[in-house]
Structures are given as structure tokens and as C-alpha cells.
Design a binder for this molecule. Structure first.
Ligand code: SAH
Ligand code: SF4
Ligand code: F3S
Length: 445
């Protein structure tokens, strides 16, 4: 029998990227291997994101295309299984069944460890989609096959779900309540990855700095404890963690930025808005002064530390003065990278039914202004890197032979003409050119 092939298309955040890798691990234990195109796949999976309307809608057009592929393959006598996974499933399982009845299975982000049973069920229940959107009592992490290092940089999910309930956000509904993996489980995974060649570990969670996993004695430990343990792994060069919630940055964590040389001098700490009125309406547990205080503490601990952030413009009730407060905070913190979005109304969240929604046209104008400002700081920071020598972890091949792409400590993308023997290595590079989005450089020495 021919080997079966899978194709996974991933939307959304790093957590979904991590989940997709773990889904691939499961499929490989079932005898599947990766396909280069959906057409070549016996199993097509969409790992979906529900965060904004656009992201969620995109899935339905992709599903339409997958259905055409399924039909084309059927004419060639080949079966195709189409599955939807991730956050859209948790929120819109009925919509999926209605709008895409040809889908064979749908399972949320917390139940994908059940994929082997789900695939077996499909075999038995032809024509009826298998849908699993339970918030399970068991942790999927206890059921996943071991993952392995695939290069210089690896992600480890350590925390999942969120109890913050920002009024615009679907995550607490799609990923459920916050829970943390035990310390030992994370350490075992980290040690295995490092022994297989990982040089950089990025700890992931929707609210990663509220980590509170149990150690082997059943004692709850915080993120700072976990970072200190991970920093002791021989051979590990770099540590990052993402995404953090400003109000949960404690002094212990701040101290890590002083004490741990492996902790990179770059932190993604979403503020969302510079207006205290809007932050309150968003149900964020910080105001702009709190945020600035946290940044100051972190930069006192490590003066090289630079910030990145997320912003939402056009949240209900945002007026010109509120938007100006957002621009003001950007001018104060001078974020070196940022993601910014127009507020998107998500059914079931409190902000979706707030009265004072902002017009689309105003949202767009504000986003353009904000992005111009953010990009100007990003560009300035990149330009100031020219002439400096930085350690770069090369983890991707570039477009042409001999080119590699890597990341500086500040998460800048850097391209270099450098032999492929440096793939998955950290190399000192002199930065020669900068644009808003990337750097170029040459190997030093
Ligand atoms: N847990 C992280 C981020 C989760 S989602 C945090 O709290 O910061 C990633 C980003 O998407 C958010 O930081 C926010 O800027 C954006 N986002 C979330 N819901 C949104 C919505 N309804 N409309 C527009 N942007 C949204
Ligand atoms: Fe969403 Fe807020 Fe939780 Fe982040 S902290 S995942 S924005 S509810
Ligand atoms: Fe999207 Fe779910 Fe991540 S909604 S941003 S994939 S947690």
C-alpha cells in the first residue's frame, strides 16, 4: 500500500504553529508523511484562528478550495479526508457543519490528541462529520507523542488558555481556562530538544507569564523559576517567552532579565491602547502608567532590553484624544516591532455589543497613522544596527543558494550570503544594510 500523505495549513498565533507541529507528530506515528501540496494529500487539515473576523472567514474560502481538490482526487479514485482544527472549531462548530458539510472532522485546540480515534471513526461513519469541541478533563500534553528538534529554534507550549477576558477577545472562549504544564514535563521536553540541536527555546502561552505549573513535589512555581531551571540546560544559548500580560510581570521575572544571560533582550508585551479609558473598557488590568513602570523596571534590570507590542485601534468609544494617547505611548516606549489591528467585532464578546462602535473609515485612518509611526521606530532601530556585530541564529534557507535567514537577539530578520553549513548555528554577523523589515550582513571573521 502507498504511504498516506498529510497537508496542514496553519493560521493564527505561534500556539497554533506549535499545535500543528504536534499534529504532524501524531500523523507520523500513524504512518502519514508530509505532502508538498494539498492536491498530493490524502488528509488536508486547516488549523484555524478565530481572533479577528478576517482570519476566521478565510477558512471558509480555503475549505471551498479543498472541496474542489477532494472532488478532483475522487475522479482519480483517491479518497481525501478534510479536517478543521483550532480555534474556529471551538467557536463555530455548527457553522462549519452548515457551511462546509463535506468536512470529515472538526476538533478544537484542546482535543487534537484524539486524532487517532477521530480518524478511525471517520472510517466507520462515512458521510457524517466527526465533531469534538469538548473542553476535556485530561491534558492533551499527556497523550502527545514526543516531539523532536527540527532546527536551531524550538517552541514549547507551557501554558494555555486565559482567564483575563479582555472584552474584545475570543481566546478565553476558544482555548478555555488557563492551565500550566508541570515543570518537569517542560524540562524534559526542553532537554530533549537541546540534546537534539536546539539552540533557542521560545516558551509559549496565551498569557505565558501567569505560568504556575507544579514542580515534582507538587509546589506551584512561576515563570521565573522555570526560566532559571531552563537556563541551566547545557548547550542552550537563547531563551524567549511569549506572550506576556503586563500586569503579571512580577519582580522575580524582572530579575531574570538581569540574571540570565540566555534571556534575549527583546520582550513582546502587548499594551493594546495608550488611553486609560479604553484600557478600562477593554478590561485590561493595567493603565498606561502601570505599563511604563513595568517597562522601566525591565530596562533597569537589562538596559539593552527593547520592547515590542500589540495595538488595537478603533475599540468602541475610542475618540481622537484616546487615539492620540496611543501615539503618545509609542513615542515614549519606541517599540522596535509591533502588530497593530483594527478592532474586529467578535460575536459573544462583551465589546461586540457595546453601543459606541467606531466607523470602519476612522479605524482605517487611525491604523494607517499608527502603523506609519510604528514602522518609523522599527526602521530607526534597524538602521541603528548597521555597522554592529550581532550573533545571528540562522534557521532558514534564503531564496537563492548560499543565502540564509536568521534572527538577531532583537528578533530582526537578517539575510546573509553564507554557506549552508551555518544553518542552525549562531554566527557573529556584521550588519551592512537595513530596511524597515530586515537586515543584511556579512559573517564577521
Ligand atoms: N494573549 C495575548 C494576545 C492574544 S491575541 C495578549 O493578551 O496580549 C493577539 C492580539 O490580537 C492581541 O494582543 C490583540 O492586539 C489582537 N486582538 C485580539 N482580539 C482582537 C479583536 N477582536 N480585534 C482586533 N484585534 C484583536
Ligand atoms: Fe485575549 Fe486578553 Fe487573554 Fe490576551 S489576555 S488572550 S487579549 S483575553
Ligand atoms: Fe488565533 Fe486561537 Fe491563537 S484565536 S491567535 S489561533 S489562540
Amino acid at each position: 500500500m502507498n504511504k498516506k500523505h498529510y497537508y496542514i495549513k496553519t493560521f493564527g498565533c505561534q500556539m497554533n504553529v506549535y499545535d500543528s507541529e504536534r499534529i504532524a507528530n501524531i500523523l507520523e506515528t500513524l504512518g502519514y508523511s508530509p505532502a508538498n501540496t494539498p492536491k498530493a494529500a490524502d488528509l488536508i487539515i486547516f488549523n484555524t484562528c478565530h481572533i479577528r473576523e478576517k482570519a476566521a472567514e478565510k477558512v471558509f474560502s480555503d475549505l471551498g478550495r479543498a472541496y474542489n481538490i477532494k472532488q478532483e482526487r475522487a475522479e482519480e479514485g483517491k479518497d481525501t479526508i478534510i479536517g478543521v482544527m483550532g480555534c474556529v472549531v471551538q467557536a463555530e462548530d455548527e457553522q462549519i457543519a452548515k457551511r462546509a458539510p463535506f468536512v470529515d472532522f472538526a476538533t478544537g485546540p484542546l482535543t487534537y490528541h484524539r486524532l487517532p480515534e477521530i480518524l478511525a471513526k471517520i472510517g466507520r461513519k462515512k458521510g457524517h462529520p466527526v465533531i469534538d469541541t469538548e473542553f476535556p478533563v485530561e491534558s492533551k500534553f499527556d497523550f502527545l507523542p514526543e516531539n523532536h528538534s527540527t532546527g536551531g529554534c524550538s517552541y514549547i507550549a507551557i501554558q494555555e488558555g486565559c482567564n483575563n477576558f479582555c472584552t474584545y477577545c475570543v481566546v478565553p472562549y476558544t482555548r478555555g481556562v488557563e492551565c500550566s504544564r508541570p515543570v518537569e514535563d517542560v524540562l524534559t521536553e526542553a532537554k530533549r530538544l537541546v540534546s537534539e540541536g536546539t539552540l533557542e527555546i521560545n516558551l509559549l502561552g496565551q498569557n505565558v507569564n501567569s505560568y504556575h505549573g507544579e514542580d515534582k513535589n507538587g509546589k506551584e512555581r512561576n515563570l521565573a523559576y522555570l526560566l532559571r531551571e531552563i537556563a541551566q540546560i547545557d548547550g542552550l544559548q537563547r531563551i524567549r517567552y511569549t506572550t506576556s500580560y503586563p500586569a503579571d510581570v512580577d519582580d522575580d521575572l524582572v530579575a531574570c532579565h538581569h540574571d540570565l544571560k540566555q534571556l534575549m533582550p527583546y520582550l513582546h508585551l502587548p499594551i493594546q491602547s495608550g488611553s486609560d479609558k479604553i484600557l478600562k473598557a477593554m478590561n485590561r488590568r493595567h493603565n498606561s502608567a502601570d505599563y511604563l513602570r513595568v517597562v522601566e523596571k525591565l530596562q533597569n534590570a537589562n538596559p539593552d532590553l527593547r520592547m515590542s507590542s500589540d495595538f488595537i485601534v478603533g475599540f468602541p468609544g475610542e475618540d481622537d484624544a484616546d487615539f492620540q494617547a496611543t501615539l503618545d505611548i509609542v513615542n515614549q516606549v519606541k517599540f522596535i516591532q509591533a502588530f497593530s489591528f483594527k478592532y474586529s467585532r467578535r460575536a459573544g464578546t462583551p465589546a461586540a455589543v457595546m453601543k459606541n462602535q467606531v466607523e470602519e473609515k476612522v479605524k482605517k485612518e487611525r491604523l494607517d497613522i499608527l502603523q506609519d509611526l510604528l514602522f518609523s521606530y522599527q526602521r530607526k532601530f534597524n538602521e541603528a544596527s548597521v555597522g554592529k556585530v550581532m550573533p545571528v541564529l540562522f534557521d532558514m534557507k534564503g531564496r537563492h543558494a548560499g543565502q540564509l535567514i536568521g534572527r538577531t537577539p532583537y528578533m530582526q530578520n537578517l539575510h546573509a550570503e553564507i554557506g549552508k553549513e551555518f544553518l542552525n548555528k549562531i554566527v557573529n554577523v556584521k550588519v551592512t544594510e537595513a530596511t524597515t523589515n530586515s537586515l543584511s550582513g556579512i559573517k564577521e571573521g
